[in-house]
Ligand binder design. Sequence first.
Ligand code: BGP
Length: 474
Amino acid sequence: MNEPPFPDGFLWGGAIAANQAEGAWDEGGKGVAVTDVMPSGIAHDIADFTPDPGKYYPSHQAIDFYHRFREDIALFAEMGFKCFRTSIAWSRIFPRGDEETPNEAGLAFYDELFDTLHAHGIAPIVTLSHYETPLHLVDAYGGWSNRALIGFFERYARVVLARYSAKVRWWMGFNEINNIHNHPLSAAGLRFAADTPPAARVRRIYQASHNMFVASALAAKACREMVPEGRMGAMLSLSGLYPNSCAPEDVFATAQLRRRSLFFSDVLLRGAYPAYSKRIFNEFDVHLDIAPGDLDLIARHPCDYLGFSYYRTTTFRAGMPILGSTGGILGIDNPNLPKTEWGWQIDPLGFRYVCNELADRYGKPLFVVENGCGLNDEPAPDGSIDDRGRIAYLDQHLRALAEAIADGCDILGYTWWGPIDIVSAGTGEMRKRYGFIYVDKDNAGHGTLERRRKASFFRYRDVIRSNGAAVFEE
Ligand code: BGP
């Protein structure tokens, strides 16, 4: 490859989420978020709407980013970050979600966070809702299948877009909106009784999705009205999915399942329900409650870019159960690929494949806002952490990304998921570490929270300094 692998101005950085890093779950006027009552990561129901003081909840302290962000951002700057993705915790701004006036202490925290990023020349990238629906909106309103949440979300979005209009240009709506199918409670605040018939579950999921599409369009509209050169993105979980065989049944079933995810980016980026959705709605007897003006809003305010997470690939066989985790669909292992301790298969060429798939489908800019590798790093006796497995994953995936760019894909940037060890969304663990920076905390919540640079810290620093060229140097 002779031309530079990554374009000038490529946005190198890292990504976290408020609920997995900030802690201070009840400080500064913050209300309870749905993740604050999940003792071991993403759950499919909530045992108790009142946090049990005798229980350990990973999000309550997380890695104390709320108090330590200045130190952590200085470390990100040492690696040369151009951008940094995090979420605003909705319940820091509107503790119950349905108040009329925002919580000033919450707004002030994010002012300080964004000012600190700018002081280091790092551009904030902000997710409006990263699995952090205020618990009250789940408890009192039933989550996103209730149209009332559109108004509450629009109020929240307009408050933060206006407040940070001079500090934040890059926004995105709902983290991994397509994961409403896999974990509806975290993604959309939906609870289902154990005996809910599948078709009834699907109907409620599509009604919630419609309400979120309207909310996303209203946020995009507000962004264009209030944020100079603002960009509002869609965000999906799009790890790769292959048929488990060349049997036409497996190939077609896999394409249909992939389209179940791409349905969300089709609506959010193209501004209309795709033709194939008619058949899905007929199959499940879905009759959406669409208010006058909804479809016009969705059509006139599509998202500007597609942010997506890519971790791994898996394979799918016609007729097998459709299950998923935070990394995407849970399928059958591919015998050609290695996997991590958590069973996530490592597939850099799959990353190139997905970039091309999305570039061909949308012809809009793409942003890799999550890519990373969870490993159980053990410090050596001298305290050093030689995480060569993570370095290998990073190099391989960046080489694949450079190839995708050479294929003609318009990639805006790359934010490694978890540049600092944070709480795993799927399991609530600390030992599933993604970071280039080690945090001294274990799964039981014990540790000093001390930060320590891993070997990968220096590797990513060199990659950014060379604008990616280092990944092609032996
Ligand atoms: C995605 C989420 C992130 C992050 C990531 C890794 O679904 O957007 O919040 O957690 O998955 O998953 P995990 O933390 O379960 O390893």
